[in-house]
Design a protein. Structure first.
Length: 103
């Protein structure tokens, strides 16, 4: 069953698809309606433009934060954790572990 996706992978794919569709739809609406003729104070198009721009900015900030967290986790896994593991395991020698080296 190597080719099948589990539930977490499906959830990640669906979430990524939804985020891409929201970003694409919001960007498309902003690009097509940016130069509209405003009707006044309670313009519905201006209100929708504000919502789309805020959605784009929030999702972009979240993706940026997630990228920073992912890179930080990788740095921690490959540099900091081996350093501390080696630091705490250095005082242990074969003699301390009572391992005989007879051949």
């Amino acid at each position: 069953m190597k080719g099948r996706l589990n539930l977490r992978q499906w959830a990640a794919l669906v979430t990524a698809f939804i985020l891409i569709m929201v970003l694409w739809g919001s960007s498309f609406f902003v690009f097509t309606h940016l130069s509209h003729e405003c009707t006044g104070r309670h313009c519905r198009v201006c209100h929708e433009l504000e919502i789309c721009i805020s959605a784009i900015s929030v999702i972009s900030e979240a993706i940026g934060t997630a990228a920073v967290v992912a890179v930080s986790c990788q740095i921690t896994n490959y540099t900091v954790l081996p350093y501390f593991a080696g630091r705490f395991l250095c005082p242990v020698s074969l003699v301390d572990l009572k391992i005989r080296m007879d051949n």
